[in-house]
Design a protein around this ligand. Structure first.
Ligand code: NAP
Length: 327
């Protein structure tokens, strides 16, 4: 029997071809939402799902009684009910590692852009406002030699910290679930409590996954602990931060500036004040969005689903306990 796949993120022809060589593929290039009747019908027969950015609920899983595996084209899996998938014996595969360096580049881009006011001042040139030598009103802050506070020192956090410590001579503080002695040796990083990190860092960068424990991890109290000169960078997930508190902290001068790739609501609401603030660099969730990295992520997802539906261990498995080797 040919197994069936539902794919709903934009996939390039080489990736779709690999899937079509092995499976019947129902491909939804621009899926509007999970209520699409054709999508629901395809789910009813699907053994595998390949996609990203769709909230997968237990109710949606009920509509997919034959499902064996999901390959998300992302490292984050906050859109998936992991325990429920495991309970049903459905494998969840993600795409770690292949996006680490690109996402860290985005993190450092935000550090630099916010500190040197690159977007604001590029707009100033574009508007034709550069009519004489710039003065203090256009000055920014140094990055090199400052203190970088990493909230989360996993794959991406370590890659950002490496850029800071080795490229910019920064002192690295980190707060993370577990200690990272190898990174402490490599980068001279120091682990500390979150409150101490917030109080001492010039740049605070968030790279923890979104979980019940990290939801609104950074709120009014935490912004209040930061230096007034602090620059806050979020490349993790919008909901890790209480966005109303962030807006308040920026408006009241409790922190100096922010560089944001992710938001509580995406796409960002037109009503949000964030993109209109001069001291905010706002990007449309581009962390991993380069041609090379998105191709590598799609290929990893394809490889994962090919292996999983073949009864072999996928390369990147989120719910290890759902894996039952044959024999
Ligand atoms: P990772 O390697 O799993 O790193 C996450 C780190 O966070 C781990 O070191 C983990 O600690 C730590 N952590 C987890 N819960 C924590 C808590 N409650 N308090 C303190 N530390 C905690 O994941 P990654 O590959 O670096 O990716 C991190 C996140 O970045 C993803 O989950 C995703 O949401 C986000 N992301 C965003 C983009 C984008 O486009 N902006 C792109 C890729 C990823 P342990 O080491 O002790 O487990």
């Amino acid at each position: 029997m040919t197994k069936r796949i539902v794919a709903y993120s934009r996939l390039k022809p080489p990736h779709l071809d690999q899937l079509r060589q092995r499976f019947h593929v129902d491909y939804f290039e621009a899926l509007e939402g999970a209520d699409d009747p054709a999508f629901r019908e395809a789910l009813g027969q699907a053994h595998g799902i390949v996609g990203s950015s769709l909230l997968i609920t237990p109710e949606l899983l009920d509509a997919a009684p034959h499902l064996e595996a999901i390959a998300t084209i992302s490292v984050g899996y906050d859109n998936y009910p992991v325990d429920e998938l495991t309970r049903r014996g459905i494998l969840l595969c993600n795409t770690p590692d292949v996006l680490t360096e690109t996402t860290a580049d985005t993190g450092f881009l935000l550090v630099m852009a916010a500190a040197r006011r690159a977007v604001e001042l590029a707009e100033y040139v574009k508007r034709g406002d550069w009519r004489e030598s710039i003065g203090e009103a256009q000055f920014g802050s140094d990055v090199h030699g400052k203190t970088l506070g990493m909230i989360g020192l996993g794959r991406i956090g370590a890659a950002v910290a490496r850029r800071g410590a080795l490229g910019f001579g920064m002192q690295v503080l980190y707060s993370n679930a577990s200690p990272k002695p190898e990174l402490e040796r490599e980068l001279g990083a120091n682990r500390c409590e979150l409150d101490e990190l917030l109080a001492q860092s010039d740049f605070v960068c968030v790279t923890v996954p979104l979980t019940p424990e990290t939801t609104h991890l950074i709120g009014r109290r935490e912004f209040g602990l930061m230096k007034r000169s602090a620059i806050f960078v979020n490349i993790a997930r919008g909901k890790v931060v209480d966005e109303a508190a962030l807006i308040g902290a920026l408006e009241n001068g409790e922190i100096h500036a922010a560089g944001l790739d992710v938001f509580e609501q995406e796409p960002l609401s037109p009503e949000s004040p964030l993109p209109h603030m001069a001291n905010v660099v706002a990007l449309p969730h581009i962390g991993s969005a380069t041609h090379e990295t998105r191709d590598a992520m799609a290929q990893r997802a394809v490889d994962n689903i090919l292996l999983a539906l073949d009864g072999r261990r996928p390369i990147s498995l989120v719910n290890e306990t759902a894996w039952q080797p044959a024999g």
